[in-house]
Design a protein around this ligand. Sequence first.
Ligand SMILES: [Fe+2]
Ligand SMILES: [Fe+2]
Length: 249
Amino acid sequence: MHNSKYWVNYFSLNLKQKRINWEIKPELNPTERKSILRSLQAWQLGETSEGSNLIKAATKFSKKLHDEHYVEAIKLFIKEEQKHGNNLGNYLDLIGEERIKKNWGDSLFRKFRGLYTDMEFWTIAVITVESAAQIFYQCLKDATNCKLLKQICTDILIDEAPHISFQIERLHTIFNQKNKLMKYLTYKYYHAFYFATALVVWQAHQKLFKAGGVNFQKYWKKMSLKFEKTIEKLKDPSVSGTASKLCQS
Ligand SMILES: [Fe+2]
Ligand SMILES: [Fe+2]
């Protein structure tokens, strides 16, 4: 468990890392282009969010917990996601494809998020999407021989693992403040939300997943394992007890 100041330092340093060599020319053959393009465009859009609702929710949360560095950490986190969107966008520009403005999955997710203004829902939504993102970007990387695209994916994958740690630590704090019954009910809700979203993501991007060598069974197993390592651990009191103290230190 880390406090928000740790995350501010981590994100500030990580944002300075340059892991992509933009001198490399993109080389995407027609078969690869066919199997990845639509998903690439959709995720590029998804990574490009302004994050103003998330900042609002984080501001409320940080006041409640007297966690003065949390909003700054969230702003840097959003910056990192926007970096992913920019990199994927630059790649689309280089291969002469458009950056899309609308996509049903993205619109649905945005609408859903717009209904909620509290940090708890945001956090569970982000953890769910980030878990799918880890599988997605690994598949995208495996579905192409283009060196530049592989580097872009590697950079995102390096960023994504800490994103999940950052969010799950905050969810521990929120979860730990509930009584027994609410813990039981919200856990059920997290579970349902996570796996329903996982299904939607599979439905929308199965072509890409398969091109990356991941069929539904493998995908489901990976998503389930990620769930065990993150959300399921919320039920372990030895892990959840320390988070709220750390936020304030
Ligand atoms: Fe991202
Ligand atoms: Fe992320």
